[in-house]
Each structure stands twice: as structure tokens, then as C-alpha cells.
Design a protein around this ligand. Sequence first.
Ligand code: FAD
Ligand code: MG
Length: 296
Amino acid sequence: MTHDVIVVGGSYAGMAAALQLLRARRKVLVIDAGLRRNRFASHSHGFIGQDGIDPAEIARSARAQLMRYPTLTWVEGTAHTAEGARDDFAVGTDTGVTHRGRRLLFATGVRDILPDIPGLAERWGRSVFHCPYCHGYELDQGEIGVIATGPMSVHQAQLLPEWGRVTFLLNGTEGPDAEARRMLETRGVTIEEGPITGLSGTADVTLADGRRLGFAGLFTASTTRPATPLAEQMGCETTENAMGRMIRTNEAKESSVPGVFACGDVARMPHSVSLAVGDGAWAGAQIHRSLVWPDG
Ligand code: FAD
Ligand code: MG
């Protein structure tokens, strides 16, 4: 069977796109490996109607609603290969099955490359975050540490005093220029220049000089990469944003390869559940449009 659309990645963006297509009675195949980017966090914030809910629960109830549509096929697994051209794409999964579809949508999300600091990865999504709108409020205006990774970190350190008292931990990086330092000073931010040797407790930072600083929470700017290389292997062009690499799309969320679309974190910036859902809903309608009017 040839599906109208194969969606690789069945999280917020992919499901939002699939829902529009299913409601147009199109045949949709969703292939999902189940590794949402926010799987490390127990609460999701900032998405109306779902504020403070377990992000797994948001995904679970969305999937239950999708499953009511008879033209949906859902495969739990990983897409390993993708090839073909518009109207005839083939996607192979880890179980060795090949699926065919007329359009292809990458809603695969991104993976976070974290600073290599002992104890940081274990605290990601629990007491180490990247998005102040998602996790700043819960820190109760307490002590906040920002661990520098690059230019985005200066921006984080300048913004975060909205949520608490900020210490900017340069961790041996070059740090802010004179103008940025002046703004940080105006915002009451303390700067610690020295290297960090590790994290412990909830969000305690040990510096190379032996001091241990306690925080309510830490922020750091991760670098992001598409969660799978499949789109790039198909020739989809990418572009750099402030956090890393993403798939370049036009206003209809179509990539540089005709018939291949992308939405959610992997194809937009900034990143959140609500923005991924909006991006996916738009992509779903645009893909439907491309099936109805193939010549634009
Ligand atoms: P994802 O949710 O990352 O989903 C991508 C899906 O594609 C996954 O299921 C993955 O397994 C699948 N996939 C990838 N490759 C393949 C493949 N080859 N084959 C099959 N399936 C594949 N946002 C908020 O709005 N509020 C918050 O509180 C919040 N907290 C966060 C906490 C943390 C720690 C992090 C890292 C992020 C947080 N975010 C939050 C951001 C949010 O997680 C993302 O914006 C959102 O998940 C993006 O949705 P998406 O559908 O684009 O991608
Ligand atoms: Mg998705």
C-alpha cells in the first residue's frame, strides 16, 4: 500500500501534522521511536490547557485521539533509510520493512549536545534546563546559575534575572564583551570566571578553586542537531540557527527536496511544545494542499 504521507517522528509536531491529514481522510503512516526531546522532564510548562502536565501524558492522550482515525497506521520503531522522489518515497525501518508514501514529513526533533561537565547530563530536565519560559517560574526567584557554552549563554544570563538572582559561570570560556558585561552588571548578574569541575546535589556547582556554589537550578545552552541524518542524506539543505543546525524549509514547510517536508524543532526556532504543535498543524495542511494541487 502507498500512504499519502509518511511522518517520521510521532511526537507533538508529527502528531499535529498527522491529525490535519487524518481529518482530511488521507492515509497517514507515522513511524515513531518514542524518544521525545523532553523525556527527561517530569512536567511540561507553557502550553495552554496542558500547563504543568507530564509531557509523556500530553503525547499519550494526543496519540489516543489520533488512533480513532481509521486511515492512520502507527509503527513503533526507527526509520533507518529514506529515498525516492515526490509521489514515490520509500522509508525502511529497523525491522527491515519498507513503507511507501507520496509525501514525506520529518518531524524528528533534535538531539541536545550538552556541555561535558561531570554530573550535568544526569540533571538535564530535572535541575539543569535551557528554556527559562519552560522551567524558570518553578525556581521561585531563587539562585540561578548559567553555565556558559557560547554566544547564546550571554543572552541567557541577561534574560534570566527575570526569574531569580543570577550567577554567570563562564567555565573558562571567553565570556561576554565589554558592552554585554555592562548590561549584565546593570541586571545584577555575578560573574564567576573559573572552570567547573562538576555538579552535585540538586544543582550545586564545584569550581576548580574548590568552592561549591548552591543553586535552585541551572541553565545552559545546548547545541542542537537533527535527531536523525535521514533528511540530510536525502539532500535536504540545512541552515544554522542560534542553537545549531536545522532543516531549511519554505513557508509551506517543504524542504529543498520536492515532496519532503519538515516541522517542529528540526525545522524551526525557537523550540517549545506549543510552537511544535503549531508548526505541525500548518505543515499538515500544507502537505494536504500539495496533494490536492501538486503544481502549486
Ligand atoms: P520531539 O518531541 O523531540 O519528537 C521527535 C520524535 O521523533 C521522537 O519521538 C523521536 O523518537 C522521533 N524520531 C526521531 N528520529 C526518528 C527516526 N529516525 N525514526 C522514527 N522516529 C524518530 N517545551 C515546552 O513547551 N515546555 C517545556 O516545559 C519543555 N521542557 C523541556 C525540557 C527539556 C529537558 C527539553 C530538552 C526540552 C523541553 N521543551 C519544552 C522543548 C520540547 O521538548 C520540544 O520543543 C518539543 O519536544 C518539540 O517537538 P517535536 O515534535 O518537534 O520533537
Ligand atoms: Mg514530532
